[in-house]
Design a protein around this ligand. Structure first.
Ligand code: PEP
Ligand code: MG
Length: 754
């Protein structure tokens, strides 16, 4: 259906319909590919609608509005964005790219209004949208009753860490059924009250967005835009008004109308769409509390509280004094929600989807939260409590002790320096870079901003983020990586079809190079934030010389453009590539001539070298980054970089693996970048090593046949350096060695297949 138009006859809006596959626009919807037609009306597929007055137009280009819920779902075309010109025009690739980018930006807005229209629209529209989005039966899950003694509730492991503390129920939710609320006798007055509450809630959301943005960064603030959009939805307001004029009770209107929305969303089988339901509930609670005259602000918590809530919502992080929260447990929600992302970024242990917690937990009773396993224990017995207390205490002391020594250099006993940096994805992570003494940001993953936004951020939004990071870290360096989407990192606006082998498919630099307009705006934002001279530009998933050359050419164009426009930038911004595809490691000598530095991504290098999908549980026992084949490619890359005299670093997870560190240092890597909280531990290991001995260990590791032998070489080194007796990390290292040995025995017992 023609949903909106500038230029066509307004009377045609809402009245002209095309089937998918019909006409040029229908063809774009069907093929899910943008298309440009210089002489549209002579195209065999052209379909003419006299009521639109489109005979004036000659050329046409169109791009599909694509959304997709999760990587597992195929993408959905929810509409088409069309541009027509009166004068005949041959569209350039850049025009089509730009239109496609616009379509990607608009798609989530359209999707949100479609979801909202689920309720405000009629039955026919509802069933059509539900059919398109794929509704599930949405069976209710019963809540278990409370047993005596210690109660264990299992949920989703959402944010790592252990906490023990008294339960605090987040009573910000209005109890719809037992709240005392007296409606006014005059329905018009009742509606005016609700209107005022809506307005107050809207203003509060704007303030909240700004407050959260200031406290935690722009990416966090943006989350509230979805709430604002719901509150401003015309359909919702109309339904509320109708409900008040029918029932005469504003609180019931909010309960019923928002409840209907939330139930609709909850019935969708895609977790991405389903989690929008919690946004509606959040909005409903906010409006209700305004109506009742309650203020949610200034909730006073005592130190070390375990917050139990129905849902882990972004607003909680603005309402509560986060420094007093020991952990958060929520009845509902999953580890991908906005609230979960916040908890992880702020290092607050969290368990979500802990079914039964709200019914079972009692205010003030003691709870243990283990964010690593997803376990919550209510009223733990003495044995359990002391076990967890011991583990928690050890972890805390070790972290504090090591953080206090953060200023010591990471150098081997014989004085070889190894740079230890942190991998970062959100502005709030920078706090941890400082805290744990990392020397800079070795990998800034820009896709997190896109994932939090659930779409491509604009150049200005990116600039704000990147510039903030560069400024906060200055003069320390920040290596910023261009978008690495696709594979296991999907965003709705990318037209990611379900691929047979997504990890081998259209991802990372391949995607960027085929969305030139978006890529260009990212390069512009990066260059514009490079003017302090502390940035490096990193390109992911390079597998050939052609890709680097293509990127270089684009960077050169963007530079010229920025210079013309008078923007400041670093004219010699280093351009490096990730070595994470075996082909790149094999031709590292050639690639080294084409770029300024290498960063080895062992997470992907392992997956591609060993042909083991890094996200597939069934083959996870085969995912072994210390496999001699992977080590050999790392070694090859380091040697090529040394020959070409360019810096080489490593930013995969093994940079934080104690069993990998002695070997990586021995191979001569100059920089290791991993999770910020592991920096102090890695530093202790580096400081205990002798570079000559480490070199010899690395040489032997490259000659052995199995991962187990490599582990054994490292374990012996950690032992011989006295690290297993280290007061802070000794026990932890011992457990890591035991875990690796148990895994080896398991493989030995069962063979390599399961
Ligand atoms: C890697 O592949 O090692 C890497 C650091 O990138 P990511 O984990 O983001 O794919
Ligand atoms: Mg990677």
């Amino acid at each position: 259906m023609l949903a909106a138009s500038v230029g066509l006859d307004p009377a045609a809006v809402g009245n002209v319909r095309l089937r998918v596959g019909e006409g040029l626009v229908g063809h774009v919807a069907e093929s899910r590919q943008p298309g440009a037609y210089e002489n549209a009306r002579e195209h065999p597929a052209y379909r003419y609608f006299p009521e639109t007055g489109e005979e004036r137009f000659h050329s046409l280009m169109a791009a599909p509005l694509m959304v997709s819920g999760t990587a597992a779902r195929s993408a959905l075309c929810i509409g088409v964005l069309v541009v027509q010109t009166v004068a005949r025009r041959s569209f350039a690739d850049a025009d089509l790219d730009l239109l496609n980018t616009c379509a990607q930006v608009i798609a989530p807005v359209v999707m949100n209004s479609q979801l909202l229209a689920l309720v405000s629209g009629g039955e026919e529209l509802r069933s059509r949208i539900l059919a398109e989005l794929g509704a599930a039966s949405g069976a209710a899950v019963g809540e278990p009753g409370r047993a005596e003694g210690t109660v264990q509730i299992l949920g989703n492991a959402t944010s790592r860490g252990i906490a023990i503390g008294p339960v605090y129920f987040l009573e910000d939710s209005v109890d719809w059924d037992s709240t005392d609320y007296e409606a006014r006798p005059d329905r018009a007055e009742e509606w005016r009250d609700l209107e005022a509450a809506l307005e107050e809630a809207r203003r509060e959301l704007h303030d909240l967005r700004d407050d959260v943005r200031d406290r935690f960064g722009p990416d966090f603030g943006a989350v509230f835009n979805a709430h604002i959009q719901i509150l401003e939805d015309k359909g919702l307001v109309t339904k509320l008004r109708a409900s008040v004029s029918e029932g005469g009770n504003a609180l019931h209107a909010v309960r019923d109308v928002c409840g209907e929305y939330a139930r609709m969303f909850a019935a969708l089988d895609d977790p991405f769409f389903r989690e929008r339901g919690s946004d509606v509930e959040d909005v409903a609670q906010r409006v209700a509390s305004k109506l009742l005259g309650e203020r949610n602000h200034n909730i006073r918590l005592s130190e070390g509280t375990v917050v139990v809530a129905e849902n882990l919502l972004p607003a909680h992080f603005a309402l509560l004094e986060t420094e007093k929260i020991a952990a958060i447990v929520s009845e509902r929600g999953g580890p991908t929600s906005h609230g979960a992302i916040f908890a992880r970024a702020l290092e607050i242990p969290a368990v979500t989807g802990a079914k039964g917690i709200v019914k079972s937990a009692r205010a003030g009773e003691e709870a243990i939260v283990d964010g690593e396993s997803g376990s919550v224990y209510l009223s733990p017995d003495d044995r359990l409590r002391s076990e967890y207390q011991r583990a928690q205490h050890k972890a805390l002391v070790a972290v504090e002790h090591l953080d206090a020594l953060a200023d010591r250099p990471a150098e081997t006993r014989d004085g070889r320096r190894v740079r230890l940096s942190a991998n970062v994805g959100l502005v709030s992570d920078l706090r941890l870079v400082e805290k744990h003494g990392a020397e800079g940001v070795g990998l800034f993953r820009t896709e997190l901003l896109a994932l939090v936004h659930r779409g491509f951020p604009s150049e200005e939004e990116q600039l704000q983020l990147y510039d903030g990071v560069a400024e906060a870290m200055s003069p320390r360096s920040v290596t910023i990586r261009t978008l690495d989407l696709g594979g296991d990192k999907a965003i709705p606006q990318l037209e990611l079809e379900r691929e047979e082998n997504p990890q081998l498919g259209w991802r990372s630099i391949r995607l960027s190079l085929s969305h030139v307009a978006s890529f260009r705006s990212q390069l512009r934002a990066i260059l514009r934030s490079s003017h302090r001279g502390n940035m490096r530009l990193l390109i992911p998933m390079i597998s050939s010389v052609h890709e680097i050359r293509e990127v270089r050419a684009l960077v050169a164009e963007v530079r010229e453009e920025l210079a013309r426009q008078g923007h400041r930038f670093d004219p010699s911004l280093p351009l490096g590539i990730m070595i994470e595809v075996p082909a790149a490691a094999v031709i590292a000598d050639v690639l080294a001539r084409e770029c300024d530095f290498f960063s080895i991504g062992t997470n992907d290098l392992t997956q591609y070298t060993l042909a083991v999908d890094r996200g597939n549980e069934r083959v996870s026992h085969l995912y072994t980054p210390l496999h001699p084949a992977v080590l050999s490619l790392i070694d090859r890359t380091v040697r090529a970089a040394n020959r070409a005299r360019i810096p080489v670093s490593l930013c995969g997870e093994i940079a934080s693996n104690p069993l990998a560190v002695p070997i990586l240092v021995g191979m001569g890597l100059g920089e290791l970048s991993g999770v910020a909280s592991a920096v102090p531990v890695v530093k202790e290991i580096v400081r205990a090593l002798d570079s000559g001995v480490a070199r010899e260990d690395a040489r032997r590791a490259l000659e052995v046949a199995t991962v187990e032998e490599v582990n054994e070489i490292s374990a012996r080194r950690l032992r011989d350096c006295g690290l297993l007796e280290h007061p802070d990390i000794g026990e932890w290292l011992t457990r890591a060695i035991e875990r690796s040995q148990r895994r080896a025995n398991l493989l030995g017992d069962r063979g390599l297949s399961r």
